[in-house]
Design a protein. Structure first.
Length: 56
């Protein structure tokens, strides 16, 4: 009997981050000066941080 790989057995739950204003934090990718930059932005207040955990 074939076995499923370890990675396919784990659940892939995505974590949602929320800003202090109550809006949801989304990751965005910007391309400026020839570099790709990932930033986290709140939908409601448009606050930007480097990563979603910085909103707490």
């Amino acid at each position: 009997m074939a076995q499923a790989s370890k990675n396919s057995r784990t659940s892939s739950a995505t974590q949602k981050f929320f800003c202090s204003c109550g809006g949801e934090v989304k990751m965005k990718t910007l391309f400026e000066n020839g570099k790709v930059k990932n930033i986290a932005e709140c939908d409601k207040c448009k606050r930007t941080e480097r990563r979603p955990s910085d909103f707490q």
